[in-house]
Design a binder for this molecule. Structure first.
Ligand code: UT7
Length: 356
């Protein structure tokens, strides 16, 4: 039987460090509030116009290729996860492909729009393509350039202070042994609360979903007979509707429930228990969430890896960045049982367990 394994991993974070104190210069917040509520001390912001979600993804991808001992030209397929793409369309999959110089048309590219759980979903796609024998080298990228799309006024502080930029990537290859293989994954979603953590515009919603929820906002849409003109409107711009919104406490309560559930689910699917976990890498949403999950699952400190303190929440990039660092620091070794899990916008949540 053929399995799929993580053959190589790499990550890239921009050089520009932004501390909590830096943010106090542009909005009413404090280092104390941010540390206490989230654990975040600093984050990285990419350089405008030079770095993008795709270029950072390409940097991480090059490192992953090197670690796997392959050339970018060996990549058969790309799965790219992000919520902050360079363009509304086309997706970043083809842009990272161009950055890597693999434009001979042989390699397919797929974008995954699952926000925080994007990397875990993307990895499971790669797993199935490789284990089925369809592809031999699948590149999975999670990358975010959040800093280009956040509200840096005090109004946006509840969201803005949390997010940071960065990218992580893995190369997934066939494996003939369960000693180095993705063992199980699980994916879930529930669209009931789609608008509780979202960036609503631009979009073709026309106000529909929100008006059904009692939102009486004037979106400034053109009349029906004028055709078009509803994707972006001046009112959307004036209302700051291009920024992400989040009902933090609502998300928090569901996250601390779904994280442990999905961890236990993938362990059970793989015939393992919590005692078998060498390392849990939770999506770096909030240190308090990770600590809650750790307590619920009764894991020791050395069984959970967190780096949100230094990078903030990098959404689709957070799991591969953390995994890459944990490996570089020798905290995850070949053969270790690693569980990854994520919860976020959608809501979507997912987990996977693999022997590295
Ligand atoms: O990765 C995607 C998934 N996202 C998550 O998992 C996020 C889950 N939620 C959270 O992590 C937390 O809810 C937050 C960190 C986002 C917020 O923490 P909280 O303890 O839930 O705070 P809150 O939103 O209830 O706000 C408490 C107070 C409010 O003031 P009042 O109304 O009590 O006077 C906010 O206006 O804190 C205020 N506040 C801030 N104050 C200083 C909100 N943001 C800030 C800020 N600095 N940055």
């Amino acid at each position: 039987m053929t399995f799929a394994k993580i053959a190589g991993i790499g990550h890239y974070v921009p050089e520009n460090v932004v501390t909590n104190d830096d943010l106090t210069k542009v909005m009413d917040t404090s280092d104390e509030w941010i540390r206490e509520r989230t654990g975040i001390q600093e984050r990285r912001y990419g350089t405008k116009s030079t770095e993008t979600t795709a270029t950072m993804g390409a940097e991480a991808a090059r490192k992953a290729c090197e670690a796997a001992g392959i050339q970018p030209s060996d990549i058969d397929f790309i799965v790219f996860a992000t919520l902050s793409p360079d363009y509304y369309f086309p997706g970043c999959g083809v842009l990272v492909q161009r950055e890597l110089g693999i434009t001979d048309g042989e390699c397919g590219a797929l974008d995954v729009r699952n926000q925080c759980s994007g990397f875990v979903y993307a990895l499971s796609v790669a797993d199935k393509f490789v284990a089925s024998g369809m592809y031999k080298n699948v590149l999975v990228v999670g990358s975010e350039m959040h800093s280009m799309g956040l509200d840096f006024s005090t109004e946006g502080r509840g969201v803005t202070v949390i997010f940071g930029d960065g990218a992580g990537a893995v190369i997934v290859q066939p494996s003939d042994s369960k000693d180095s293989a993705i063992l199980a994954s699980a994916m879930h979603s529930d669209g009931t609360y789609a608008e509780k953590l979202a960036m609503l515009s631009p979009g073709s919603h026309g106000g529909k979903h929100l008006s059904a929820q009692g939102d009486e906002r004037d979106w400034g849409f053109a009349p029906q007979e004028d055709f078009g003109g509803i994707f972006t409107t001046q009112n959307m711009l004036d209302n700051g509707d291009f920024y992400p919104v989040m009902e933090g406490q609502f998300v928090f309560k569901l996250a601390v429930q779904k994280f442990p559930e999905v961890v236990l689910e993938v362990l059970a699917k793989a015939g393992l228990t919590v005692d078998d976990i060498d390392m849990l890498i939770p999506h770096q949403a909030n240190l308090r969430i990770a600590q809650f999950v750790q307590r619920t699952l009764k894991l020791r400190d050395d069984q959970v890896y967190n780096n949100i303190q230094r990078y903030g929440n990098t959404t689709a990039a957070s799991v591969p960045i953390a995994l890459s660092e944990a490996i570089a620091e020798g905290k995850v070794k070949r053969g270790d049982v690693v569980v990854i899990a994520a919860f976020g916008s959608g809501f979507t949540w997912a987990g996977a367990v693999f022997r590295y």
